[in-house]
Design a protein around this ligand. Structure first.
Ligand SMILES: Nc1ncnc2c1ncn2[C@@H]1O[C@H](COP(=O)(O)OP(=O)(O)OP(=O)(O)O)[C@@H](O)[C@H]1O
Length: 267
């Protein structure tokens, strides 16, 4: 279990004031769940992810992963960003194996494991390619494979599909659901897209800016339905999907009119 309790992050503002980038955020990410954070620009989504990754210290509150305090980056958390961070001079296979260089595994085992992960993300034919030979969507697949290389307990994804065209984005969402269904990894995923949040999240937390707060939480099962039935049209045309879309859109645009916690519903 990843547990974020009353986490706050303050930054010094230019005028001598304090920016409340994250204000008393609490959430839990269980095995087999995908928690999606959704909200307008500046509501603290990346701050929350960076704190979970151990890149950023909390000003207050705590984060634990399976009971251990999160204080610095570690191999138990794999991170994927919007912009890929692949090394251009290394092959696709070696980029994936990179995370294992530090694990002390023999070269042969590193390469076998990397090849297995490239199969998982549908890139088995591209092991020897250079990153620049791949499309944006393919590079993000490599990023996902690399983040999984150390067999982390959780995958942290900061708008990983935000720069992709809409068709590629849909393919990547389905790929991520496949990876999730096969590996059972828990995932923390950030997006600006309400549709993406509803489609991917087992839980969606809606955040609002200044101060960055979690203002609503929805537990959903569209993603489990997709994993079982693979019928994206049935999900998108489900009236409940449309209804939630409208309610969340209202919340994102007028976040202060309600605070909703797990188990409660918005009227
Ligand atoms: N290092 C920093 N120093 C000062 N202020 C910061 C710093 N990092 C973030 N902030 C501020 O904290 C707030 C939350 O930023 P954050 O990047 O977490 O938001 P976000 O929801 O991820 O936004 P976006 O969707 O645009 O990426 C913003 O007001 C931002 O300007």
């Amino acid at each position: 279990m990843l547990r974020v309790q009353n986490a706050s992050v303050f930054f010094p503002g230019r005028d001598g004031g304090v920016i409340h980038a994250l204000d008393r955020a609490s959430l839990e990410i269980d095995a087999n769940s995908i928690v999606v954070a959704l909200g307008a620009s500046g509501c603290g989504k990346s701050t929350l992810l960076n704190a979970i990754a151990g890149f950023l210290p909390l000003s207050d509150g705590s984060i634990t992963l399976d009971g251990q305090p999160v204080e610095r980056p570690g191999a138990d958390r794999g991170v994927v960003f919007q912009k890929d961070t692949l090394l251009p001079w290394k092959s696709v296979l070696d980029n994936v194996a990179l995370g294992l260089d530090f694990a002390g595994l023999p070269l042969r085992e590193r390469r076998d494991r990397a090849a297995e992960l490239l199969r998982l993300v549908g890139l088995e034919g591209f092991a020897k390619s250079a990153p620049h030979e791949l499309s944006g969507g393919m590079r993000q697949r490599v990023g996902i494979a690399r983040a999984l290389a150390t067999d982390p307990k959780i995958l942290l994804m900061d708008e990983p599909f935000g720069a992709l065209d809409s068709l590629t984005r849909e393919q990547m969402q389905e790929l991520l659901i496949d990876v999730w269904a096969r590996t059972g990894k828990r995932i923390f995923f950030i997006t600006h897209s309400i549709e993406e949040a509803l489609f991917l999240g087992t839980t969606v937390v809606v955040m609002s800016p200044r101060p960055g707060r979690i203002v609503a939480r929805f537990d959903l099962d569209f993603v489990r339905r997709f994993a079982a039935e693979r019928d994206v049209r049935a999900i998108l045309s489900d009236p409940e999907f449309g209804d939630l879309h409208n309610r969340i859109r209202d919340l994102v645009h007028r976040p202060h009119h309600a605070t909703v916690h797990r188990g409660e519903t918005l009227q």
